[in-house]
Design a protein around this ligand. Sequence first.
Ligand code: NAP
Length: 231
Amino acid sequence: MKRTEGTIEKVLVAGATGRTGQWVVRRLQHYGIPVRALVGSAEKASVFEADVEIAVGRVGDRAALDRAVTGCSAVISALGSSSISGESSPAEVDRDGVIRLADAAVAAGVRHFGLVSSLAVTRWYHPLNLFGGVLLMKAAAEKHVRELFSGEGRSYTIVRPGGLKDGEPLQHRMLVGQGDHMWNGWTNRSDVAELLVLSLWVDNARNRTFEVVSGDEAPQESLDYCYDKLS
Ligand SMILES: NC(=O)c1ccc[n+]([C@@H]2O[C@H](COP(=O)([O-])OP(=O)(O)OC[C@H]3O[C@@H](n4cnc5c(N)ncnc54)[C@H](OP(=O)(O)O)[C@@H]3O)[C@@H](O)[C@H]2O)c1
């Protein structure tokens, strides 16, 4: 599937300073797509080159989110909680933050929402839920995004990776599944980013929720085949 040059307008990346978020920014730039990075504080914006447009705001601040999404055609969220309580908790970031961002995006006319979620997100009994119910929080955010963005003229793509690792993109064959049946595996953050960027123009990425883990090492020309068999 080829992208027609110039057809994608600005994309807001939430959690842009994070390890996956930085890859989302890089892959958008790789494809020449205009990007705005949502950063939690102005100091953190220094991880980006001067050509990346910055919006400053925490996900608890709806007004800041409204400003951040204005003029964007899509949002990709790589937000993630980092503490068990407070404003960086799973309830505040993985659930309420993502929900608030999605609400702001719909209100501003954003047409596509890409979300980094997690393998095992539907399993309430998973030990990861000892960390502030993180999987339950992600599941609630997923549900909200699906409900909001499956409406007329809108779409969503939710990627559920395994344990995240760092490394260059397109170096592994990817294994995909649906229905949360994969129990373990790892995924490169850069490939998660690549899949979410592809979701901006690959037709069969629209309104899909799927799991993805890295398979054998083998250079890949594209990851668009991951979307071919999704239903
Ligand atoms: N670790 C794993 O093995 C694993 C496996 C599956 C899925 N995941 C999920 O994958 C996603 C990406 O993971 P990652 O390791 O790339 O994350 P990360 O490096 O921890 O980045 C998280 C991002 O979220 C931002 N953030 C957190 N709280 C915020 C707030 N209140 N307002 C605005 N921004 C906020 C952080 O910005 P600040 O630094 O400014 O707060 C950072 O940019 C997460 O949702 C994670 O739960 C992780």
